[in-house]
Design a protein around this ligand. Structure first.
Ligand SMILES: *[C@@H]1O[C@H](CO)[C@@H](O)[C@H](O)[C@H]1NC(C)=O
Ligand SMILES: *[C@@H]1O[C@H](CO)[C@@H](O)[C@H](O)[C@H]1NC(C)=O
Ligand SMILES: *[C@@H]1O[C@H](CO)[C@@H](O)[C@H](O)[C@H]1NC(C)=O
Ligand SMILES: *[C@@H]1O[C@H](CO)[C@@H](O)[C@H](O)[C@H]1NC(C)=O
Ligand SMILES: *[C@@H]1O[C@H](CO)[C@@H](O)[C@H](O)[C@H]1NC(C)=O
Length: 513
């Protein structure tokens, strides 16, 4: 299979997220996706369409499509198998097939997409492996690679048998005068595993403070394999679009005239310098009601956005004071030695500039553990039965990491249906949402000066189990990881460059179960 891109788009062809595996501009991939729904013959149940240049293999996900764009020489059997895997990944990371949900989870989805491709999307690759991989550190990854190769060989053999079987069925069907169900033009033995050229295009055109990472493809020279041929000088890709155009699809004109993601596309409310860095930490925390950490997962990313070519050739000086065992990983095009020896982020090929006018994820990190001291905000919910069928509920919070400032904290407590809670003591405010059967405890700010608080209420006709799981949301501009950008310097003369920095801590999921 030669995969050009994996994307989620709306039924109208608007790109929500797309990962390209060949070199391609934003306009081109958007053009390809914009053209795609128009190619689907009305009222059909097909799962793929073709043009003279590409094949779209797709699966409707309610109002969206999961689409793989492949070359036509690609093996459609494998493509369909892979498509299913991609669709399951969406289900795994998103609660619904809503556009907003996809955007919100773009980060994890793109990582998972990469893992599918890196693993070679064989039949033997399953969701659990992808999940593990997304979570795994690089040492385990190496060990896993070895195991994987064996599995891959086995899978290939299985695939070959399956293909033979299908071929046989098709021939039989043809004999009986039935139409073959689809055209398998690709050779099974020729499929190639290749390293992805990362390139994400997120929908960053709206007025959101929350800028999604958008990695532009930075040419990856080291693996000149089959799929990469497409990207060579971008010529073949260009010809896809030309061909699409000549097929009567008005591709480019329907899209942003600008081939790059323009600075306008990155709408950030604060002051932005020509070199802008975003440090984003995401947390997934699940605390047990009786104490203990069931899950703690931090994922972080530093995104670089340069909007003046004068500052294309730079290095970023980091200071990592985090001693909690965070696993760091640089983008494949970043010079690993430089990072290891001097904590600097620079391109492997120092004479090359970073891509302009696009967000480039340069460093990501992860931390997973069940240690309680990693949990920034502890919440203790203690319902006790009063004997008359009611419960007295006592909830406390404590900010364990007092360097953090959490704003607009909402702690949502479920209530039994029809319950009218009688609130006694309450720090901050509370709202009883009777239609949703929940009590929202709101605290405008939790920080070092306001690190404890409690809420007490009683509820008729209830049992302790009714008040779980609690959910917590908050905003924060204080980062979790103690990783700091201290300087940005020019590669040429090491002179300092002015930069702006944005930090965000998002509780992607924070619950007490
Ligand atoms: C941008 O956001 C507005 C509301 O804030 C929404 O109505 C509009 O559909 C969004 N546009 C896109 C392209 O997502
Ligand atoms: C493309 O952009 C240029 C300036 O950036 C503008 O003059 C031109 O009208 C635009 N073309 C279309 C088709 O929007
Ligand atoms: C917090 O709860 C209040 C009260 O229900 C609500 O108005 C507000 O939108 C909530 N904030 C967030 C971030 O969910
Ligand atoms: C929260 O309570 C304070 C007083 O304790 C009040 O001034 C404020 O308006 C309340 N905020 C909301 C959003 O209800
Ligand atoms: C805050 O809460 C913790 C544990 O819940 C407790 O040990 C500590 O004494 C509290 N501090 C204050 C100032 O109430």
């Amino acid at each position: 299979m030669v995969l050009i891109a994996a994307a989620v788009c709306t039924k109208a062809g608007k790109t929500i997220i797309s990962r390209q595996f060949v070199e391609m501009t934003k306009a081109r991939i958007e053009g390809l996706l914009a053209a795609f729904p128009k190619l689907i013959p009305a009222g059909t149940q097909h799962t793929f369409v073709e043009t003279d240049s590409v094949r779209y293999v797709y699966q409707p996900l309610e109002r969206l499509y999961m689409v793989l764009i492949t070359t036509k020489a690609s093996n459609i059997l494998e493509d369909l198998e892979t498509l299913r895997l991609f669709a399951r990944v969406i289900l795994e990371y998103c609660r619904s097939f809503e556009e907003s949900e996809i955007v919100e989870n773009a980060f994890n989805l793109i990582f998972a997409f990469d893992e599918i491709v890196a693993l070679g999307y064989r039949e033997s690759v399953n969701l659990a492996q992808i999940r593990t991989f997304v979570e795994m550190d690089s040492h385990e990854e190496k060990v896993y690679q070895a195991v994987r190769q064996t599995q891959e060989r086995e899978a290939k053999n299985k695939m070959r048998e399956k293909a033979k079987e299908l071929q046989r069925q098709r021939m039989e069907a043809a004999k009986k005068g039935g139409k073959p169900s689809f055209n398998t033009s690709g050779g099974f033995g020729s499929s190639t595993v290749y390293a992805p050229t990362p390139s994400i295009i997120g929908d960053v055109t709206n007025n959101s403070n929350d800028v999604k990472p958008a990695y532009n493809n930075m040419q990856q020279k080291r693996t000149p394999m089959k799929a990469m041929k497409l990207g060579n000088k971008g010529k073949d890709v260009e010809s896809f679009v030309d061909q699409l155009k000549s097929e009567g699809e008005n591709v480019i004109s329907s899209v942003n005239n600008n081939s790059q993601i323009g600075p306008k596309a990155l709408t950030i409310s604060q002051d932005i310098d020509n070199v802008h860095l975003k440090h984003e930490d995401k947390l997934i925390v699940r605390l047990g009601r009786d104490g203990g950490v069931q899950k703690f997962e931090l994922s972080g990313l530093i995104t670089l956005h340069i909007s003046d070519e004068k500052y294309g050739k730079i290095r970023i000086q980091l200071e990592n004071k985090d001693t909690r065992g965070i696993q760091l990983q640089t983008h494949p095009n970043i010079d690993k030695e430089l990072f290891k020896l001097r904590s600097q982020i620079g391109l492997k090929q120092p004479h090359k500039p970073f891509p302009l006018n696009t967000g480039v994820g340069v460093l990501r990190w992860r931390l997973q553990s069940n240690e309680e001291n990693l949990v920034p905000l502890l919440i203790n919910c203690w319902p006790s039965e009063a004997g008359d069928g009611s419960c007295d509920v006592n909830i406390e919070y404590e900010l364990a990491h007092t360097n953090l400032e959490l704003t607009d904290v909402n702690i949502t407590i479920p209530l039994p249906i029809g319950c009218n809670p009688i609130v006694g003591e309450c720090d901050g405010n509370y709202t009883h949402e009777s239609r949703r059967n929940q009590l929202i405890w709101s605290l405008p700010l939790i920080d070092a000066n306001n690190k404890n608080g409690s809420l007490e209420f009683s509820a008729m006709k209830s049992v302790p189990n009714d008040f779980f799981p609690l959910n917590v949301v908050f905003g924060s501009k204080t980062p979790y990881a103690a990783i700091k950008v201290t300087d940005v310097i020019l590669v040429d003369d090491e002179s300092p460059v002015k930069f702006s920095l944005e930090t965000v801590l998002n509780p992607e999921k924070y619950e007490i179960v």
